[in-house]
Design a protein around this ligand. Structure first.
Ligand code: ADP
Ligand code: MG
Length: 383
C-alpha cells in the first residue's frame, strides 16, 4: 500500500499543512523542530492507533487550540481507488475516527486498515536495550497483523492490573480469598497462552528473515539466532498467524501462578507471565547483548526492522509503508544503500524519510525521489 496524500489541522505545529506523496521514495527535509516527525507521527497514528513517541493524544493538539486532526488517503496494492482515514482529537478527550467518511467505533477497528513499519533511532537499541523494548516491538508488529492478538493483549493487561491490585491488598495485610486470585490466574493463563503462541510463531519467522538480511549485510560470517524466550512455550505450539487461530498450552503458566503466590505477595506483583518474556538473541551460541559489537547490534536491529516489513507483506498480503524517522543520518552509506535497495527497488515499497539533509539518499539508481521541504509547520515541494 502507499500513502497518496495527508493533511493536518492544528496537529502540533502543523496548523494547516498538506502533502502529496509519490509511490517511491519521499524525503521530508528541513531544519530541526520544523514538523517533519510530526508528519510521520500523524501517518503512523493510523497504523498503530497512538503516538510512536509515547505522547498522550491530547498533546497532538496545537498549543491554545481545541482540537487536532489528520486525514490521509492511501491506496492498497492493485486498487484503483484511495481509502480515506481521518482522526480528530478534541480537547475534551473525545476522539473521532472515520474511514471513507463513516465513523469507526474504536482504534482497534481503525487498525488493520493501513499498515506501516516505522524505524526511528530508538530502534537501534533493540538488541542492546531491555526486554520491554523487544516485547513492544513484537506487540506493535503482531497487533497490526491480527486484531485477535490485540484483543488478547488488552484483556491480558486488564487482568494483570487486577491481579496486581489483589496482590497489593494481600501485601497490605487485607484478606483476599484464594478463589479471587484464581479467577485472574486463569484469565492470565488463558490470554497468555494465546499471546505466547502468536509471539512464538512470529519470532520463528523473524529468525529466518533476519538471518538472510544479516548475512547479506555482513558477508555472512556469523549467524544470529533469535528465539522467543518464555516459560509458556510448550511442545508443538500452534501457529495462529499462518494456520488456524489457536491458543497454546494454558497449563504451564497456570501452574506457576498457582504455586508461587506467597512469593508474589512478598514481591508485590505478578512474577510470571508473558509480560516478563523476551526475544533471546545469540551469535554462535553466545548471547548478543554482552558479546556482540555495536556494529553487529545495529545491523541486527536493522535486520529485525527489514524482517518486520517482510513478514507484514507476507502475512498481510500487502506491502507496508516504510517510515524512516531521522534514522538515515545515523547509518553509514553502505547501510543506507542496502536499505533503499532492499526496500525500494527489490520490493517496490513506498518509503518516507525525514532528514535535515535533502541529500540523504545516496546518488544512484533510485528513480525519482519526491522532495518535500518542511519549514515552520508548512510543507512545500522542492529540493
Ligand atoms: N502541541 C503542540 N503545539 C504546537 N507545537 C508543538 C506541539 N507539540 C510539538 N510542537 C512543536 O513541534 C516542533 C517539533 O516538531 P518535530 O516534527 O518533532 O520536528 P522535526 O522537524 O525536527 O522532526 C517543535 O517546534 C515543537 O515545539
Ligand atoms: Mg524529527
Amino acid at each position: 500500500m502507499r500513502v497518496s496524500s495527508v493533511s493536518f489541522a492544528n496537529w502540533r505545529n502543523l496548523t494547516s499543512a498538506s502533502c502529496v506523496m509519490s509511490p517511491g521514495i519521499n524525503v521530508l527535509w528541513g531544519m530541526n523542530a520544523q514538523g517533519k516527525s510530526n508528519i510521520l507521527e500523524g501517518i503512523y497514528f493510523f497504523a498503530r492507533g497512538r503516538s510512536f513517541r509515547g505522547s498522550k493524544e491530547k498533546e497532538f493538539i496545537k498549543f491554545g487550540e481545541d482540537f487536532a486532526s489528520v486525514s490521509m488517503s492511501f491506496r492498497k496494492d492493485g486498487y484503483s481507488e484511495d481509502t480515506d482515514l481521518s482522526a480528530t482529537i478534541q480537547k475534551t478527550g473525545k476522539k473521532i475516527l472515520a474511514r471513507n467518511g463513516a465513523t469507526l467505533a474504536s482504534s482497534s477497528e481503525m487498525m488493520g486498515n493501513f499498515r506501516a513499519v516505522l524505524f526511528a533511532p530508538s530502534n537501534l537499541s533493540l538488541v542492546a536495550g531491555g526486554p520491554l523494548e523487544r516485547r513492544t516491538f513484537l506487540d506493535i508488529a503482531i497487533s497490526q497483523l491480527s486484531p485477535l492478538y490485540l484483543r488478547y493483549l488488552k484483556k491480558y493487561s486488564v487482568a494483570l492490573a487486577e491481579r496486581n491490585a489483589l496482590i497489593k491488598m494481600a501485601q497490605d495485610g487485607k484478606q483476599v480469598a484464594a478463589e479471587q486470585f484464581d479467577v485472574f490466574s486463569m484469565a492470565l493463563s488463558e490470554y497468555g497462552a494465546w499471546i505466547c503462541s502468536f509471539r512464538n510463531e512470529y519470532v520463528s519467522m523473524l529468525n529466518s528473515a533476519v538471518n538472510g538480511y544479516f548475512s547479506e549485510m555482513t558477508d555472512g560470517r556469523e549467524v544470529p539466532v533469535l528465539k522467543y524466550a518464555s516459560h509458556a512455550v510448550s511442545e508443538n505450539m500452534p501457529q495462529p498467524l499462518t494456520k488456524e487461530p489457536a491458543k497454546g498450552d494454558t497449563g504451564v503458566l497456570y501452574e506457576k501462578l498457582s504455586a508461587n503466590l506467597e512469593r508474589e505477595i512478598a514481591a508485590g506483583s505478578t512474577l510470571w507471565g508473558i509480560h516478563k518474556d523476551d526475544i533471546s538473541i545469540s551469535f554462535n551460541g553466545h548471547e548478543a547483548k554482552p558479546f556482540a559489537s555495536q556494529g553487529q547490534q545495529r545491523s541486527l536491529a536493522l535486520s529485525m526492522k527489514l524482517a518486520e516489513a517482510d513478514i507484514s507483506a507476507k502475512i498481510g498480503s500487502e506491502n507496508p509503508v516504510i517510515l524512516l524517522d531521522d534514522v538515515f543520518s545515523e547509518l553509514d552509506i553502505n547501510r543506507r544503500k542496502f536499505i533503499l535497495d532492499t526496500l525500494g527497488e527489490k520490493s517496490n515499497r513506498q518509503i518516507i524519510i525525514t532528514s535535515c539533509d535533502p541529500n540523504v539518499v545516496p546518488d544512484g539508481s533510485f528513480g525519482n525521489v519526491n522532495f518535500l521541504h518542511v519549514h515552520a509547520g508548512e510543507v512545500d515541494c522542492g529540493h
